[in-house]
Design a protein around this ligand. Structure first.
Ligand code: AMP
Length: 282
């Protein structure tokens, strides 16, 4: 299992593939890998000659220092999980100073309506941090195709836009959300939930599914109020936001338009751990 620590090492390891015009797939992660990450890696393995998985906890995308401090880290375990999928995966695990060229700071981007709502509104600076590291990683790896999860759907749309803005020749693929058996979207943060809370967390998807049913007949205001009331008396979960937006622009849904896809997004706190999820409505 090759673990590249520097940009030079990753570029050297990929040179042979590039010289043969072989497809290079890329899956950026922050490690603590679970089935959600591995589903992206499996897709990349199936569509490329060589797959690069980056494992890098990006300090500039954390708006909450405690969240960064508590972020789980275990490169050996991650490498073993990847090796079980394919011994040929190239892991790229740079230090912050290496990937940021000595200056660990986020750039400032303008993603228009894509960054106004939801994570953009509640996590100040988050998408500048994400876009900065993805730009640096894309430039280091220069893949043909990169894979991102719909779990972070707003991030996926922002990365599509970033790739267009920078005119990078990289195809961005969105992959479906992997869930635990009760419906909770898989996340590295789920490990920090107590067992009973984790078991009850299927409530988040159940609420989204009922909201989807209501979307057929009710307006946005009604559905939002219903979701707020579902959470208001819940002993385990505190709702941060529930939004219905247009899938392409991420602008709030006001009235249904023809040929527009809508999606509902939710962020919830459980035991002070922040959980996010989303669902296509039509
Ligand atoms: P992270 O390590 O949290 O930055 O995630 C790395 C990539 O894995 C991102 O593109 C995420 O959207 C994706 N991902 C995380 N959790 C899931 C999941 N449950 N299902 C599908 N993709 C996921």
């Amino acid at each position: 299992m090759v673990v590249a620590r520097t940009k030079k090492e990753v570029q050297n390891a990929l040179a042979i593939y590039r010289s043969h015009n072989h497809q290079i797939g890329f899956v950026p992660t922050m490690g603590a890998l679970h089935r959600g990450h591995l589903s992206l890696v499996e897709r990349a393995l199936g569509e490329n000659v060589i797959t690069v998985v980056s494992i890098f906890i990006n300090p500039t995308q954390f708006d909450n220092p405690l969240d960064l401090e508590k972020y789980p880290e275990n490169l050996e375990k991650d490498a073993a999980l990847l090796k079980a999928l394919s011994p040929d995966i190239l892991i790229f695990a740079p230090s912050p100073l290496e990937i940021y060229d000595g200056n660990v700071m986020a750039n400032s981007y303008d993603f228009g309506s894509l960054e106004k709502e939801m994570e953009g509104a509640y996590r100040k600076g988050h998408f500048n941090g994400v876009a900065t590291v993805v730009e640096l990683l894309f430039k280091a790896v220069s893949p043909n195709t990169a894979y991102f999860g719909e779990k972070d759907f707003q991030q996926l749309q922002i990365i599509r836009k970033l790739t267009r803005q920078l005119a990078l020749p990289i195809t961005i693929i969105g992959c479906p959300i992997e869930r635990e058996s009760n419906g909770l979207a898989r996340s590295s943060r789920n490990e920090r939930l107590s067992k009973p809370t984790r078991e009850h967390s299927g409530f988040i998807l159940t609420t989204l599914l009922t909201a989807k049913e209501k979307f057929g007949t009710e307006n946005a205001h009604y559905i939002r109020n219903w979701v707020v009331s579902e959470f208001s008396n819940h002993p385990l979960f505190q709702l941060e936001y529930f939004e219905i937006v247009e899938e392409e622009t991420l602008l709030p849904y006001k009235e249904k338009k023809e040929n527009i896809k809508y999606r509902a997004f939710i962020a919830v706190y459980a035991e002070r751990i922040r959980l996010i999820d989303n669902i296509a409505l039509n």
